[in-house]
Design a binder for this molecule. Sequence first.
Ligand code: RB5
Length: 154
Amino acid sequence: MKVAISCDHAAFRLKEAIRAHLEERGIPYHDFGIYAAGEKRDYPYASLYACQAVQSGDCDFAIVMCGTGVGVSMAANKMAGIRAACCSDYFSAKYTRAHNDANVLCMGERVVGEGLAIELADVFLSTPFEGGRHARRVGQIADLERGELAPETK
Ligand code: RB5
């Protein structure tokens, strides 16, 4: 498993905490920056670089961070094949993997503390997709993305 991480200027400290945690756990990662406090980056670019690594298959998951986590998730979800979830609670971080097969976790430095963010990252990265009926619904998201989601038949 390899994880892409990225952030805007509002989440540099949180990205560094996640990076240090991945390092400590020996989880391979690619850090798409930013690389210093004070460096500026608009949040859509944080999503772009990390999610491109997921799209290409270079990384299995991405963790993308901004002030709220909302901006990076909105941007990420514009990208083909990306299922990004903005999470600030454990249950959502677990079940967005189990039920939505999310491939991008978004978090906000101004929303979650470092300890919680690490818990969220751990449960996100370790929870498998359940498949089954959930696979049909994830397929419907892909259909929606292509503008091909058929009307309900019932
Ligand atoms: C940057 O100030 C802030 O707007 C951004 O990090 C994010 O919270 C947007 O959703």
